[in-house]
Design a protein around this ligand. Structure first.
Ligand SMILES: NC(=O)c1ccc[n+]([C@@H]2O[C@H](COP(=O)([O-])OP(=O)(O)OC[C@H]3O[C@@H](n4cnc5c(N)ncnc54)[C@H](OP(=O)(O)O)[C@@H]3O)[C@@H](O)[C@H]2O)c1
Length: 238
């Protein structure tokens, strides 16, 4: 049975992607920091008859990626899809952002993705050699390609994810490992719940919209690589 790891899967985009992968027959390892919310999310996925392992981790920790891959391998023995989705943003003028918050965004949004590749590559290489269609999905953001006000640090980390994704396609293509960066504008999740004053959730992209793109990626032949997917709102809004 094919299997996938999804980070930041207790809510929002990560949860929707986990559900999409479950519906496509993948066994799932899901992670996030808060065990109570992760357990609830994992139980919701199990209620749909998906096979689910959950492990609570902070992706800012250096050892997190190694731990999640080890737990996944112990339970499922193979890895076909890695979804590096956990992320966070601290808005503000750059001269008002603390070094702590700069480091945190770099650690969660960028370093954890690099470490995720490193930890998962041995298993992804096996899957790539077997079927030529191992997949890494990295949740970037539309801010990677068109900045939003007061999100410079966040946009920087997400632009780096787009760059990393392109570089990984170059280095891992011959190993049958493809990478895609998802670049959504505003998605109706907890992350944007503070924006409801000016943008109602109904005016935002849905987490399911983004997840359905992952379902589509799974249908592509091994010869088709999609390096990034932008998702905009009507009127070219991010
Ligand atoms: N919503 C948007 O408009 C939007 C647009 C573009 C891109 N994105 C990106 O989409 C991704 C998912 O965000 P979302 O909108 O779905 O928000 P969300 O509903 O708040 O989900 C974030 C998920 O990541 C987990 N998480 C956060 N920090 C973590 C950490 N340090 N270690 C492990 N897990 C962590 C959260 O659980 P815990 O808090 O319990 O850890 C939760 O499961 C992020 O990378 C975000 O940057 C969002």
């Amino acid at each position: 049975m094919k299997s996938a790891i999804i980070t930041g899967a207790s809510s929002g985009i990560g949860f929707a992607i986990a559900r999409e992968l479950g519906r496509n027959g993948y066994a799932l390892t899901v992670t996030s920091r808060r065990q109570d919310r992760l357990s609830l999310a994992a139980d919701r996925l199990r209620a749909e008859n998906f096979i689910v392992e959950d492990i609570a981790l902070n992706m800012a920790d250096e050892e997190a990626a190694v731990k999640v891959v080890a737990r996944h391998e112990e339970r499922f023995g193979r890895l076909d899809v890695l979804v590096n989705n956990a992320g966070m943003g601290v808005p503000g003028e750059l001269d008002a952002v603390s070094v702590k918050h700069i480091d945190l965004q770099l650690a969660v949004n960028l370093r954890a993705v690099i470490l995720g590749y490193r930890a998962a590559l041995p298993l992804l290489r096996v899957a790539g050699a077997k079927h030529g269609n191992a997949l890494v999905v990295n949740t970037a953001s539309v801010t990677a390609i068109r900045p939003e006000p007061l999100m410079a640090m966040y946009a920087t980390t997400k632009a780096a994810i787009v760059g990393l994704t392109r570089a990984m396609n170059l280095d891992l293509g011959d190993a049958g490992i493809k990478s895609t960066a998802l670049c959504p504008g505003r998605v109706a999740t907890e992350m944007t719940s503070d924006q409801h004053g000016h943008t109602a959730p109904e005016q935002m992209i849905s987490a399911e919209d983004v997840a359905s793109a992952v379902g589509w990626l799974l249908t592509l032949s091994s010869q088709c690589v999609v390096p990034e997917i932008p998702f905009l709102r009507p009127g070219n809004k991010g």
